[in-house]
Design a protein around this ligand. Structure first.
Ligand code: GTP
Ligand code: MG
Length: 466
């Protein structure tokens, strides 16, 4: 009892201190490739830029801090780091707001956006004080996310992990056999043969690409499939050693094995660590976007692969100081929001199942998330809602259906979402769910981008900071 009172007093005090001094929030938006990061950031920025316009408090009714704290303005300001490209907000809007709208392009480089929110703070004995809060957000290609797992792996561990992965997928990925054939050509203890290595790297990239097409997420190193400015650089010319490891005394520095090992180490320190430092090291809050539909769509191997991926992303983040999740979530991160994205692809009455599925996916992968150590929130979200849910009468029964802005699209009922993450539910989904890739909504210029639950998300990330 006393402990409770004490906790609530200290909470209140630290809340107050936070509110007085927190002027900046760095928000991490994490998600695999095509998970919806760029769409999410575009929609979030669009909402913030509309702060203060007429009718916004009604549109953000569950962002209760909006009205309470007297927000009256939201805008974009210059980035902190002038060497990082600015998030292409206007390009994304141009694509969306045109007559035949398009989804934002896949991201091929890192970018940052800094937003300013102004509000009139009538509390803390200074009536009418004008205050600012700044939000920094980074976008990056989802392909690079899984590279964070390499931070904790040396070349041998990386090779062992990929050897296991290649073994698991032999029957599904047709380019496995030609890749493994290189075991007969590559001589780990002999000097580098540039031509042989180049061909082996091409075979490995081909293997990764095929894995990607199958929806597998463990595509590492990420720059092999999306090199950015590294195309052709030796730092991405190595492969994991997929065969029996040579005797350590034969791994001389100038041997093929030694060179691949040193290139891997350079990749890890110069590329992955830099990416981590630029985009993850100083975050305050983390939003993890999960495309549950994509996860459900895969086959048996995808199921295992998604579980592996989640394990990499979520496991053990409370244990030890040297694992990826400690890095992803600390030292400052006090809140993590898991959002099931693209929720406009189901009817409203299925949202509770989607939420339950999301929780089941996350908690089955991470023991820690099941505990109460970190402040986790779960929600369903659509950043750019491309459908509207309507009630229709079908054979005398009222049912919900989805409609789009396109006349040719007939209203449809997509089906049920399984509430739990299991192989059986995945199979049921594949059999019965009618999945449709939706075209982006038609939005009149100047209108707010339609979304689902962005106000709830804003309350989670900003509510206690205003
Ligand atoms: N229906 C629907 N589709 C969405 C939504 N958000 C994203 N999508 C779809 O998901 C695709 C990928 O979204 P992006 O925002 O580009 O994903 P990303 O995580 O930035 O992907 P990378 O840049 O490749 O890492 C889009 O092209 C859309 O087809 C949404 O709210 N609703
Ligand atoms: Mg993107």
């Amino acid at each position: 009892m006393f402990e409770n009172i004490f906790n609530s007093i200290t909470d209140t005090v630290s809340d107050g201190v936070n509110r007085l001094f927190d002027k900046e929030i760095r928000i991490g938006v994490t998600g695999l490739s095509r998970g919806g990061k760029t769409a999410f950031i575009t929609s979030l920025v669009n909402t913030v830029l509309n702060f203060g316009s007429e009718g916004m408090s009604d549109r953000l009714s569950r962002f209760t801090a909006y009205e309470k704290s007297g927000i009256y303005y939201g805008g974009m300001v210059q980035n902190h780091d002038l060497s990082v490209p600015v998030f292409p907000y206007y390009e994304c809007c141009d694509a969306l707001f045109q007559k035949n709208p398009c989804w934002p392009k896949p991201t091929d480089n890192i970018s940052e956006i800094r937003l300013e929110i102004r509000y009139k703070d009538d509390r803390f004995y200074v009536p009418g004080e004008h205050r600012n809060i700044y939000i920094d957000i980074w976008d990056y290609p989802g392909e690079w996310l899984m590279d964070l797992m390499l931070l904790n792996m040396d070349y041998e561990e990386f090779s062992a992990r990929m050897r296991q992965q290649v073994g698991k997928l032999t029957s599904v990925i047709s380019s496995t056999a030609p890749l493994l054939e290189f075991g007969k050509i590559l001589r780990p203890d002999e000097p580098l043969n540039q031509k042989n290595l180049k061909e082996a790297v091409d075979a490995y990239v081909q293997w990764l690409r095929e894995c990607k097409q199958h929806g597998f997420a463990l595509i590492v190193p990420g720059r092999f499939v999306l090199p950015g400015n590294l195309d052709g650089a030796p730092i991405i010319e190595f492969i994991p050693w997929l065969w029996e490891r040579p005797e350590p005394q034969r791994e001389s520095r100038n041997s093929l094995y030694g060179i691949m090992k040193s290139r891997y180490e350079a990749y890890r320190s110069q590329i992955v660590e830099k990416f981590y430092n630029d985009s993850f090291s100083k975050l305050d809050r983390q939003i993890i976007l999960i495309d549950c539909f994509k996860a459900l769509k895969g086959g048996r191997e995808t199921f295992d692969n998604i579980n592996d991926t989640f394990e990499v992303l979520l496991n053990n983040f409370n244990y030890g100081s040297n694992n990826i999740l400690t890095r992803l979530f600390s030292p400052n991160i006090d809140k993590v929001i898991f959002a099931a994205t693209k929720a406009d692809q189901i009817t409203i009455d299925e949202q509770k199942n989607l939420l339950s599925l999301l929780k089941s996916m996350v908690t089955s992968a991470s023991r820690k998330v099941r505990g109460d150590g970190i402040n986790c929130q779960y929600m369903v979200l659509s950043s750019i809602a491309a459908s509207k849910c309507k009630m229709v009468n079908y054979n005398g029964e009222n049912i919900q259906v989805l409609c789009t802005d396109y006349e040719d699209d007939k209203p449809y009922y997509p089906g049920e979402i399984p509430p739990n993450w299991s192989q059986e539910s995945m199979e049921a989904y594949q059999q019965y769910f009618k999945f449709r890739e939706l075209k982006p909504p038609r939005i009149d210029s100047g209108e707010l981008i339609p979304n689902m639950n962005m106000d709830i998300l804003l309350q989670y990330i900003l509510g206690d900071k205003l």
